[in-house]
Design a protein around this ligand. Structure first.
Ligand SMILES: [Zn+2]
Ligand SMILES: [Zn+2]
Length: 262
């Protein structure tokens, strides 16, 4: 019973046959998938694959912050009230791609944090620093933590965590969870593996972020939720515990973090 805590099954990359990857996930023991910013997809396919639970989040990605209209905000408030919507997300700051101006990203993040607080929902945070981080102006983590300090939602997760030990410590101090993606298997990222090895067992989640970031041995291909098993295996090896324990712990953590998933 693995749960992919962050996946984009409604992405155009899966449009040819969106159910096939879900079936393959169920076949390798995935029992749940959180479909990011895709409540309609989760609703439509809730009963499509036996044994596979589909939940969703609702949120405005930092890439799209500049495009958010009044209609976007109205839809977000409607979606947030839906029981299968577990969290507001993914929301945050992306100073790597800068698809929206940074001040707009920050304003949209803060407004969504306030919405999460008002709905009593946790958040899924996307936080990616710019190329010259740790130069302060490119450090997305500092700005994310500042926003979270200004407007505190009832908990959340740093999805596809890419920070080092210092950022992990700050996130954990805030009561947040850390979600590890296929990047855990990328050879260069030793400091990320250090974080994954030492993070408290009751604060770790696993995800694919499919269709992006396929783990080794699928690297370079389209990622899909079945591959969450490879990330779980990498995490199990790092922590010296059986895969079953990682599956059980990360599933229990997801249910604790996202009360609507109960
Ligand atoms: Zn993301
Ligand atoms: Zn994502």
């Amino acid at each position: 019973m693995l749960i992919d805590s962050h996946c984009h099954p409604a992405d155009p990359a899966f449009v040819d046959d969106p159910l096939a990857p879900l079936r393959r996930a169920a076949a390798v023991g995935v029992s749940g998938i959180v479909a990011i910013a895709a409540p309609a997809f989760a609703r439509a396919h809730q009963a499509s694959v036996p044994g596979l639970k589909l939940w969703a989040t609702a949120g405005i990605h930092p890439h799209d912050a500049a495009q958010a209209s009044d209609a976007t905000w109205a839809q977000l408030a409607t979606d947030a009230a839906e029981p299968l919507v577990l969290a507001i997300g993914e929301i945050g700051l992306d100073y790597h791609y800068d698809h929206s101006p940074r001040p707009v990203q920050r304003a949209v993040l803060e407004r969504q944090l306030a919405l999460a607080r008002d709905f009593g929902l946790p958040v899924s945070i996307h936080c990616r620093s710019g190329a010259s981080s740790p130069a302060p102006s490119d450090d997305a983590f500092d700005d994310c933590f500042a926003a979270l300090a200004a407007v505190s939602p009832p908990g959340g997760v740093f999805h596809c965590f890419t920070g080092g030990p210092a950022e992990a410590a700050r996130a954990l101090e805030l009561g947040f969870y850390l979600s590890f993606s296929g990047m855990l298997t990328f050879p260069k990222l030793a400091s990320l593996r250090d974080v994954a090895r030492t993070a408290p067992a009751d604060r770790i989640l696993i995800e694919t972020d499919a269709p992006y970031l396929a783990p080794v041995p699928h690297r370079g291909r389209r990622n899909e939720p079945a591959f969450v098993r490879d990330t779980a295996l990498a995490l199990a090896t790092l922590r010296g515990v059986p895969l079953e324990e990682i599956a059980a712990v990360t599933s229990a953590n997801l249910h604790r973090l996202f009360p609507r998933a109960a």
